[in-house]
Design a protein around this ligand. Structure first.
Ligand SMILES: O=C1C[C@@](O)(C(=O)O)C[C@@H](O)[C@@H]1O
Length: 677
């Protein structure tokens, strides 16, 4: 049995060695049951889905056979063969239509209507990570909403492009500081054969636009059909049109759909009942200029939105400063009375800009690179941060990088982010001799948090850093120090982000449940070098874990066994993951193992026969070396990642923790240069 670990925090005194173990972040180890329809000639999509899920698969020409087959086997069938067979469909599996948009296949809308979900994709290029994201969302194995509700402030970048292709070159920069990205479906302009644009873009066009956006961003997508009365372009004469477009967004796995409050209750209820893992933003905009936050009906509007909304958004166009004060009063009343759902309230127009800085839930932001602002008074993330600072809502702090050498790429990246987002903070670098205490740095007057690289041993810092996350405690290492303020006092908190970087890397091309109950092999010189990896693997439900180069004794040692001889390697179960935490000069030692457990690529995509072989290799070594094991791993059929991937994901998490800002992985990779990790 594998041991699962939770990542929440408990005071050190509550932590017993060998204890921990409750599950929060990982899905149950249950294998999802899927039935996949594919276009003619696209059957290998079934094997790709199965590989991403770490499950077996089979092709069939009979719906009945799929119904009767083992539930954990993924069944695939050509959509051309379906005919009337779905008439007796018993819904025992999730039915997913897959459609290739660049293959000359007709899109069969009627078939999509009969499916639970639809996955749209291109082959040139093909994005496997998009398959992993789609499946993780629709199967509920990741929950961006749950993660965002833990953040003190969230924003969304509201794009206004008539065609999302125009956004792609700048997407990474546009999204800095945004927690989600809104696609304004009503603003999309589908070119018509006669040279005009359609008033309402077709679902086919919208689907391709959503697909294109999702292929290129890791941000959750908010799918919005804004009506004409609320500053949008979707006509209001047929509410059924909204249902049709929004229901499709759920099928496409959009993380959020924006459902306007004026829509008939029947429609809002039906969407809420069928929302799957998507979340609903209940939206209300008043452009009349006569809206009153103080009116008793305004609370009723909130309650109506809350009935079917996971977030309630109420925005009004105002002309006086007084209305910002009234909104703040309304906000505090609502938040006291209704802790759920979160309330996003703001005033539009130049006079309402103050409220755009006060609102903490999904504040819409713009960016100078967007063609137009989505609503009057919208501000950029940088403008909001600057305003917060000047109003005393965001104090200037010194954020530290603490390490044995000045890691220029990471330090420069922090400085770049602070500038790009107009954060008032200063970035300082402090050199730390190996094993030296860092207490004097943490006690500096303006200390606002730090990353520590290489990490600090928990045992050495317990006296001055007693409050730790579970992860830091179990791993035995602190790589991030946060300042938590509570009223007039503040306290220090030690955390570990490295394991999250490893976990995020592992789940880039595979869904979390693919790891559950599978074996892993871990190479390191010492337990300390391997413990963040062990924590990440356990968080994914991996087990057993075999080790080479060290023996595990600490709180994570359950189900972690050393491999002692070549005979052991031969006997060992096929590992699903190999992680090498060996230093660069030793990292070639892993190569014989990669070759020994090589993946037979004969049938493509890491599939051995009908068995998904998975096969993920992560090399945590940094620095130069003569031969790169990543290239060899790839040649032997492994999906391989290096330290740059893990470090970039770790940086995403570190920036989120230290300054509360979301900066995407792709931006970190883009802005930090290559080969510097
Ligand atoms: O609902 C909103 C808010 C908004 O109208 C604004 O005021 O910033 C911008 C829209 O894109 C978004 O859908």
């Amino acid at each position: 049995m594998s041991t699962l670990v939770q990542a929440g925090s408990v005071p050190v005194t509550h932590f017993k060695e060998g204890a921990v173990l409750d599950v929060r972040e990982i899905p149950s180890g249950e294998r999802p049951s899927l039935f996949i329809l594919h276009d003619g000639g696209e059957e290998d999509m079934v094997s790709i889905f199965a590989d991403v899920l770490g499950q077996e698969w089979a092709s069939t020409a009979s719906v009945q056979e799929a119904q009767a087959g083992p539930s954990s086997t993924i069944y695939g069938m050509s959509s051309a063969a379906v005919g009337s067979q779905l008439d007796g469909w018993d819904r025992s599996r999730l039915l997913i239509n897959t459609h290739r948009v660049d293959g000359g296949h007709e899109w069969n809308e009627a078939l999509t209507d009969r499916c639970d979900y639809e996955y749209l994709y291109t082959r040139a290029p093909f994005y496997r990570r998009d398959v992993a994201r789609f499946l993780s969302i629709v199967l509920g194995q990741i929950s961006p909403h749950r993660d965002l509700t833990k953040k003190a402030r969230t924003t969304l970048i509201s794009t206004t492009f008539p065609d999302v292709h125009a956004a792609l070159p700048n997407l990474d920069i546009l999204s800095v500081g945004a927690d989600a990205i809104e696609i304004r479906v009503d603003l999309l302009e589908e070119p018509m054969p006669n040279g005009s644009v359609s008033q309402v873009p077709s679902l086919k066009y919208v689907g391709e636009q959503v697909m294109t956006l999702r292929q290129r961003t890791e941000l959750p997508i908010i799918y919005t059909t804004r009506c004409t009365r609320e500053n949008g372009r979707f006509p209001m004469d047929d509410p059924g049109l909204f249902y049709k477009y929004l229901a499709r967004a759920i099928q496409w796995g959009c993380e959020y759909i924006d459902v306007e409050l004026w829509l008939p209750e029947e429609i809002r209820r039906k969407l809420a009942e069928n929302k799957g893992c998507s979340k609903i933003i209940s939206a209300f905009h008043d452009f009349s200029g006569s809206f009153k936050w103080t009116a008793p009906e305004t609370q009723t509007l909130f309650q109506r939105g809350a009935a079917y909304g996971d977030i309630v958004k109420m925005y009004a166009l105002v002309t006086s400063m007084q209305e910002n004060y009234e909104l703040e009063y309304f906000r505090s009343t609502i938040q006291t009375k209704y802790p759920h759902p979160p309330f996003s309230g703001l005033n539009m127009g130049p006079m309402g800009q103050l409220s755009r800085t006060m609102n903490k839930i999904f504040t819409p932001i713009t960016h100078p690179l967007l063609p137009l602002i989505a609503a009057p008074g919208q501000l950029s993330a940088a403008e909001i941060n600057a305003a917060l600072h000047s109003m005393g809502q965001m104090a200037r702090q010194d954020i530290y990088g603490i390490g044995s050498f000045r890691s220029t790429s990471q330090a420069m990246f922090f400085e770049k982010c602070f500038n790009e987002l107009s954060l008032p903070h200063s970035f300082m670098f402090a050199v730390r001799a190996p094993k030296a205490s860092i207490e004097h740095i943490l006690r500096r007057p303006n200390f606002g948090g730090a990353y520590i690289n290489p990490p600090l041993a928990v045992s050495a810092s317990a006296a001055y850093l007693p409050s730790l996350s579970n992860a830091a405690q179990a791993i035995g290492q602190i790589d991030t120090v946060l300042v938590r303020s509570g009223g007039s006092s503040s306290s220090l908190f030690g955390d570990n982000t490295r394991w999250k970087g490893i976990r995020a890397t592992l789940t880039r091309d595979f869904v979390p449940s693919a790891y559950s109950g599978r074996a892993a092999l871990l190479l390191a010189n010492s337990e300390a070098d391997a413990s963040a990896s062990i924590f990440a693997l356990k968080n994914l439900g991996i087990g057993p874990i075999y080790t080479i180069g060290f023996k595990s004794h600490g709180p994570l040692s359950t189900d972690v066994e050393p491999v002692r001889s070549v005979e052991d390697v031969k006997r060992l179960e096929q590992p699903f993951v190999i992680i090498s935490a060996l230093p660069a000069e030793k990292s070639l030692l892993v190569v014989p193992l990669l070759k020994h457990y090589r993946v037979d690529k004969a049938s493509g995509h890491g599939i051995v026969g009908k068995r998904s072989a998975g096969k993920v290799f992560v090399d945590l070594a940094s620095g130069t070396r003569k031969v790169d094991p990543l290239a060899m791993a790839t040649a032997a059929g492994w999906t391989a990642y290096g330290i740059a991937d893990v470090s970039a994901w770790t940086t995403v998490e570190t920036i989120r923790l230290l300054v509360g800002q979301n900066v995407c992985y792709d931006f970190v990779r883009l802005a930090s240069g290559r080969g510097l990790f």
